[in-house]
Design a protein around this ligand. Structure first.
Ligand code: 26V
Length: 748
């Protein structure tokens, strides 16, 4: 890449009379011209990451940073009278939903950054994750029309279109290639469905509702669509250059299934090898087993996909046949190994008339991994315990990571500059270097305090602009930002806030340092309880923020439309990271890592990667509370929330606000339903299934401990800095090196 050349070209761009969009497109295209001249051609052994989500966020600033021209460009355009930061108005490419999609984006970034050939395959949704706003405290959803800003960072490749066959229609899969910049330029290839109105629906929305048959069919079509396009392309390319000696296929191609959404690619692979190329089924399976790997990202039963075999057969008859053959084939193998009937059922590909996609992945994958130590352990011991007994060597762990380029260098120039000043710029290539910064050095701590203060002020300014709410200055900023889900226990935080609120009103904590709770979360469209929790928190915010008794002491803000760009502000401008999931449920979490990297302390449970965070940064520098997986397992049938809270009268007062009219749910009955779920349960779950009340008291204590410790500014900043410096392990560079060496066997 010729940086000087690019800078010269940027200088020539005129800003006069141009709309924001036109200017954005012109600058982006100018960079793309430079990129195109260097875009690597594929060769050798490559890894492919198949994912239904890629949550890339805004590409503009990231790409300019990678091209090494970001600060120069800011100067150039400032001189022309244009503030480049105005492009912050440009919406994110939100083609993903949460952690799984953002992880895919971080992995692509790290692979390119390190120089590994890793290519992404996915779907180019017309509309990404909905845009969220609040109307009277309730979530409102609006289609995310991300293309209204154009898509200058992608190149449409009509010449490489593929046809994907369904029983009732043929669909064109048009590739859009997005360069992923780093030491090498890799590609994220997203397919757009075209050909007819029906065909276009396939790439219209991310996760269309699947509560009807039609919805399920659409989901199946989406999954098969991009899986088949990807596998078809890889096989064709292989044949073109190597002929049909498919034994060599795994030498050149290794595929990573990002959860089960791309598992149809396995069936498609077997279909093509046995159908078009006439390999025996056994041989095809053998080759598939050298080619595919599988990462599990959740143990929640509702997220483990099972597709009705008849539905699949309706639109993909050949694929249904292949999966049934795979079941027969697998059964033979299991019988040969002496599995019991129960064991065979547990591992079955076809169960009760449904294809268990995770079991297909487990049977075929060469390597299966969870995304944090504890999660990988749970997979082995619980979720796939039978498979673990027979295929022990397949199982491993790769703890997640996040890219420090976006989550430190881009979102926290101030902390990065602190590292530059004290260590030189070498850490930008070799992050390990930051551990050399002395966290006991008073000068460093003072500098860090300055950085945090600046980032908090920026966050406050941003929230003021977006939400029209002025954050309390000189307060502790506490963030819980993630998808809204019962297991993540935003409801527990809501109760904790009320506990603190009532105590403050009673004048119990005269020394209390003001606390600001910042929530960011979207609730899935059909997830009623999650939506009720949003409304409840907004009601609490209304009460607390307008109460003169606690004014300047406590504040609650639920930001609208939390997305990658918002995350960049919040993770860098917060003091405390809330990671309070029920032990055993959060596979890893990655927001926890982003906040840690920016020097937030964690108030969290022994769950997911929190455990590894506390291990690395020290228990004394974080606030770990709540029941462990083992404790919860022992408790299972002896926990009766109604009895439990008798010992905690303050808790009753708080939970009663769901039913005593303190807050209005606008007559929907949704608060009452939350109360019922806690104390009576429902047909499908026990009361307080996620142990919200069980962990509430220790959570409140942890928050008070933070409040007390924060009074000693130096010692608290010391804890924060120790966290930031120990976040090196949670760089996705480390995770990618582990995948590259232990799973993909690819070289730089
Ligand atoms: C499943 C479903 C099924 C119903 C339709 C919508 C939908 C959307 C997503 C999923 C799978 C979710 C899996 C997921 O996002 N897991 C998260 O993965 C992160 C990266 O590994 C990890 O940090 C989080 O702990 C984990 O929850």
């Amino acid at each position: 890449m010729n940086r000087d050349n690019l800078i010269e070209k940027l200088k020539m761009i005129s800003v006069k009379d141009k709309s924001l969009k036109d200017l954005y497109e012109e600058i982006s295209m100018c960079c793309m011209d430079e990129i195109k001249s260097q875009w690597n051609k594929k060769s050798g052994r490559n890894a492919y990451y198949l994912s239904v989500e890629f949550l890339m966020g805004r590409m503009f600033f990231n790409n300019l940073l990678e091209l090494g021209v970001l600060s120069e460009a800011k100067k150039i355009f400032a001189e022309k009278g244009f503030d480049l930061n105005r492009f912050e108005e440009i919406e994110d490419a939100a083609l993903g939903n949460g952690g799984l999609g953002r992880l895919a984006a971080c992995f692509l970034d790290s692979a390119a950054g390190l120089g590994y050939p890793l290519y992404g395959y996915g779907i180019r949704y017309r509309y990404g994750l909905f845009r969220q706003s609040f109307e009277n405290g309730s979530q409102r959803e609006e289609a995310d029309d991300w293309l209204k800003w154009g898509d200058p960072w992608s190149v449409r490749k009509d010449a490489e279109k593929r046809i994907v066959h369904f029983a009732d229609m043929d669909v064109a899969a048009i590739p859009y290639d997005m360069p992923i910049l780093g030491k090498r330029i890799n590609t994220l290839r997203l397919f757009q469905a075209e050909g007819s109105k029906e065909a276009e629906k396939i790439s219209e929305y991310l996760y269309p509702a699947d509560d009807t048959e039609e919805g399920k069919l659409l989901r199946i079509r989406q999954e098969y669509f991009f899986s088949a396009a990807a596998v078809g392309e890889l096989i064709d390319r292989f044949v073109k250059f190597n002929g049909t000696n498919f034994e060599k296929f795994p030498e050149e191609n290794v595929l990573q299934l990002n959860d089960t959404h791309a598992v149809f690619s396995v069936a498609e692979f077997l279909r093509i090898l046995t159908g078009k190329y006439k390999l025996s089924f056994g041989k095809a399976v053998e080759i598939a087993r050298e080619t595919f790997n599988y990462t599990n990202h959740t143990i929640l039963p509702e997220a483990l996909e099972c597709w009705d075999a008849e539905l699949v057969a309706k639109i993909l008859p050949d694929i249904a046949v292949i999966l049934k053959r795979l079941q027969v084939f697998a059964c033979r193998e299991w019988q040969g190994r002496g599995c019991s009937k129960e064991e065979r059922i547990a591992m079955s590909v076809l169960k009760d008339g449904r294809f268990a996609m995770a079991n297909v992945a487990v049977f075929i994958a060469k390597r299966i991994n969870g995304v944090a130590e504890i999660h990988s352990k749970i997979i082995k011991e619980r979720l796939f315990s039978v498979a673990y007994k027979y295929y022990r060597n397949k199982f491993m762990n790769v703890t997640n990571g996040v890219t420090q380029r976006r989550w430190l260098m881009l979102c926290n120039e101030e902390l990065s500059a602190l590292y530059d000043r004290n260590l030189g710029k070498g850490w930008r290539e070799d992050m390990e270097m930051i551990t050399r910064l002395c966290f006991n050095h008073a000068g460093n701590i003072a500098e860090f305090i300055g950085v945090k203060k600046a980032k908090k002020a920026q966050l406050a300014e941003y929230i003021a602009k977006r939400e029209k709410i002025q954050l309390l200055p000189n307060a502790i900023y506490i963030a819980q930002v993630k998808r809204l889900h019962e297991y993540k226990r935003q409801l527990m935080t809501a109760f904790a806030i009320l506990r603190i609120y009532y105590q403050l009103k009673e004048g119990k904590h005269p020394e209390f340092t003001p606390m600001v709770f910042i929530f960011g979360a979207k609730a899935a469209s059909g997830y009623r309880r999650a939506k009720a929790i949003i409304k409840y928190i907004n009601e609490i915010a209304k009460l607390v923020n307008s109460d003169q008794d606690v004014k300047n002491k406590l504040q609650v803000v639920f930001v609208q439309n939390y997305d990658v760009s918002y995350a960049e502000k919040i993770v860098s401008g917060s003091d405390v990271s809330l990671q309070v999931s029920t032990a055993g449920f959060e596979a890893s979490g990655t927001g926890n890592m982003k906040l840690m990297m920016n020097g937030a302390v964690t108030v969290g449970t022994m769950d997911g990667a929190n455990i590894e965070i506390a291990e690395r940064a020290g228990l004394q520098n974080n606030y770990i509370f709540g029941a462990t997986v083992e404790q919860l397992a022992k408790l299972e049938n002896n926990y009766v929330p109604l009895e439990y809270i008798r010992d905690y009268p303050e808790m009753k007062k708080v939970t009663d606000t769901l039913i005593d009219g303190t807050f209005s749910d606008d007559g929907t009955g949704e608060f009452n339903e939350l109360h019922t779920a806690l104390f009576q349960g429902a047909s499908w779950h026990a009361p307080d299934h996620y142990f919200v009340l069980y962990d509430l008291e220790s959570f409140v204590q942890a928050l008070f401990a933070v409040n007390k410790d924060y009074c000693d500014a130096e010692s608290f900043a010391h804890k924060q800095l120790v966290n930031a410096l120990n976040s090196v392990f949670f760089s996705s560079d480390r995770a990618i090196i582990s995948y590259a060496k232990n799973v993909w066997k690819i070289d730089k």
